[in-house]
Design a protein around this ligand. Sequence first.
Ligand code: TMP
Length: 206
Amino acid sequence: MPGIFITLEGIDGSGKSTQARLLADALQAEGRDVIFTREPGGSPGAEEIRRLLVEGDPGRWSAETEILLFFAARRDHVERTILPALEHGAIVICDRFTDSTRIYQGTARADLRKTVDALHDLMIPLNPDHTLIIDMDADAALARGLARKSGEDRFEDLGNDFARATRKGYLQLAQDYPDRCHLIDGNRAIEVVHADILTLIQRLLA
Ligand code: TMP
C-alpha cells in the first residue's frame, strides 16, 4: 500500500482527538496529502452506526452486540474511506481503530479479546503502520471528558473504574505491539504533547 496509516488511541478525555487534528493540520501544512478520519464513523454509513453506539444508556447493548456494531462500522469505513485513500498514497490519520475495540469491549467491558482479534483478522484487511497511545491519569481524563457534555457519553457514563481499566488495557497494548505502538505522556500542555508527536511522526516518515 503506498499510503501510511496512523491511528491515535487513548481513554476518553485524554486529548487524543485534539492531538489527531493538530497532527493532521501540521502534516498538511508541510504539503503532504493527509486524510483525517475517526471511529466509530468516517463514512456516511459508519456515522449512522456511530449514533447507535455512543448515545443512550450504558446497558443498551451487550459487549458482544457492541463488538459486531463496531466491526460493521469499521468495515464500511475501511472499504469506503481508508483503503481508497491509502491506495492513492495519502497519510491517513484515524482517531481510534480496532485497538479501541480490543480495549473497551475486549478487555474493560468483558473478557472478549480473542473474539475481537478473530473478527479483526476475518474482516479488516489492514493494520496501522503507527499507533500513538495518549496515556493520561484516568480520573482527570474522565472529568475532562464528562465536562464536555458532548451528548456522546455512553462509555464515560461507565465511570472511574471503567476508565482505569481502559487505561490499564492501553498500557498493556503498548507492550503487546511494541513495533507499531508509541506511548505518549498526555499529562502535559496540549502544545508540548503536539510537538512531541510531530517530532516522532516526522522521524518515522523520514
Ligand atoms: P470518541 O469519543 O473518541 O469519538 O469515541 C466514541 C466512544 O466510543 C468512546 O467512548 C470510545 C468508544 N469506542 C469503543 O468502545 N470501541 C471502539 O471500537 C471505538 C472505535 C470506540
